[in-house]
Design a protein around this ligand. Sequence first.
Ligand code: XUL
Ligand code: CO
Length: 439
Amino acid sequence: MKTYFPKVQAPIAFEGRNSRNPLAFKWYDAKQKVRGKTMAEHFRFAVAYWHTFKGNGADMFGPGAWVREWNVGSPMEAAENTLRANFEFCQKLGAPFYCFHDRDIAPEGATFAESCNNLETIVALAKKLQKDTGTRLLWGTANLFSNPRYTHGAGTNPDVHVFAYAAAQLKHAIEATHELGGQNYVFWGGREGYETLLNTRYGQEQEQFAALLQLAVDHKKKIGFKGQFLIEPKPHEPTKHQYDFDTATVLSFLRAHGLYDYFKINVEANHATLAGHTFEHELTVAAAENKLGSIDANIGDLLLGWDTDQFPSNLYSTTTAMMVVLQQKGGLNTGGFNFDAKCRRGSNDVMDLFYAHIGGMDAFARGLLVADKILSDKPYNQIIEDRYASWKSPLGKKILSGKASLDALEQYVLKAGEPVLQSGRQELLEIHFNDLLNS
Ligand code: XUL
Ligand code: CO
């Protein structure tokens, strides 16, 4: 049997924090329990098919720079090889899940029917390899943005013919995900947005997008797919303005179109920063409504204004992220941490794929341990407790239970006078945070 990663002995082992072995975990111990759940259960790490196996180091200034042994033969031969490489990689890494776009795993054919046949053939092989290896599908999605037919959008296209094409492709992508026992299905609005308002009926395009999502909800029910539907916000790129701008925008779009109950959010770190938010802001907005469904774990470069999709290594960021995840009831439930991340163009060796994922998994595992400490830390939590203590008073309770009136509050102020400005203790909290980060 051909092996694509002969230098790695399966599986990557946990050696603990004193190890200097780059092919070992120092923090990610799949079996270690934190707050009653193992690390494996908290994270449900997934490998992103498109970056890890289809990525070739190409950028705006140069073509592919990497040689990948699985990428040889006819398009269907290459697809089968790539699938085998994926399962070998996930197994050796110890990642329980993978994620794909329909067009990552199977090539587009000359006709729509041929594309569907290609997908069906590859899905049958994937089903077998999933069974053989135990690797599962975290989520599937449809690539409704690369083919030139989608230049003006898929669901939001001004041409209804393109809308129908996108809907038909979406149907097959959902069915492929269902067939493979996918635990979620992601909608990332690739070109659902606009380049200029001069040619765009914004309101109509919103209605169209809602119609596409409603059709997907109907089809999900029809075929009995139990996976969670997720929307992944992004503010721009490839379009100047993407409609799923950020989490707050998506939640309000879903509410306005009667779709709120059927979707959760897939938060991607680099999309958050492109929207002018922090990663933890987007996670917090979603978790506040128990809508944090899954995470695309990566990081951007704040000096660059585009989606660099780098592997996460920033411990401050993984810690603040894990503080939010730990506080959402049930954590991510059916979701997980998908490394929607790629090695830099200069990291062209297949071994770099291992280093990248191991580093990312360790960064999040360490973040989880520190987040747990912070959330259990008395001095830290007392500051926040004190900050909101007045809301536990009779007055606070009355307001929150909807029993107050502006007249009653006026009477209160006339009696109580001027409130005393309280310190927010930001710097003190930062001291506590860093003390625990180093522990
Ligand atoms: C694009 C992006 C996508 C989605 C899946 O920025 O993040 O890869 O995660 O379509
Ligand atoms: Co993503």
